[in-house]
Design a protein around this ligand. Sequence first.
Ligand SMILES: Nc1nc2c(ncn2[C@@H]2O[C@H](COP(=O)(O)OP(=O)(O)OP(=O)(O)O)[C@@H](O)[C@H]2O)c(=O)[nH]1
Ligand SMILES: [Mg+2]
Length: 248
Amino acid sequence: MGEYSRGKTELINALFFSEYGQRMLPSQAGRTTMCPTELFFDRTSNSNYLLLLPIETRTGELSLQQLRKQPERWVKHDLDERDPEIMREVLAEVARVKSVTPQEARKLGFDEDMLEHDRNKPGNVVVPAWRNAQISIRHPLFERGLRILDTPGLNALGSEPELTISMLPRAHAIIFLLSADTGVTASDMTIWKDHIDTEHADHRAGRFAVLNKIDVLWDDLQGEKHTQEAIDRVRGYTADHLACARTT
Ligand SMILES: Nc1nc2c(ncn2[C@@H]2O[C@H](COP(=O)(O)OP(=O)(O)OP(=O)(O)O)[C@@H](O)[C@H]2O)c(=O)[nH]1
Ligand SMILES: [Mg+2]
């Protein structure tokens, strides 16, 4: 979890897909991941695929949990691991947005103030095209049962209540991504307080705050000692802010 552009998706790419030699999941500057994205391996079907739940299902009566039991409501793409280039193109869907009128956005349950305006179509706003993505992909850790949830940044997080009420509190562990150059910003803090450091959450394997983008603190002019001091400082501030124990 974390505010947008902290590098959540890039971390998943680095940890799980580095052998493909390219970014499997879309990761770029600004808001990228638009819907909660689960990664796992479906041992029952023993196959790789991407399932996407259209945003329009928000107008229906069924909850996300109910919709998860109805495969016909999801759009399915097969993923061929022998063709990483095509796989990457298919996985780009998790970043897809739609341009709609403010009325349509309200009908879909969005708060207009939380949405970005469509620069190509004045008057329109941009909403995620999908509510939820499920990616079944063969990987030794996923085959052993690991399941990861990659979340979008704060605004998109807040628009899918079941995610924050049921999925996140049940997670065994949370990795909270921060950027080393900014430390804990106000919106990082909102995510930490409202969605992670909550009373009824499980998180039995822990909550880990991770300072990403440490390379932006590297400074050839000032030397290594200076860089190390800068890193120590930001770690100290971060730990104090989040009131969690410092680890190396
Ligand atoms: N310099 C540097 N850039 C990074 C690092 N990690 C990620 N980035 C870049 O930061 C940008 C945002 O990364 P994403 O992985 O898309 O961030 P995210 O947290 O998934 O963002 P959302 O999907 O919008 O919530 C991308 O351009 C990444 O390449 C890092 O350790 N160092
Ligand atoms: Mg992302």
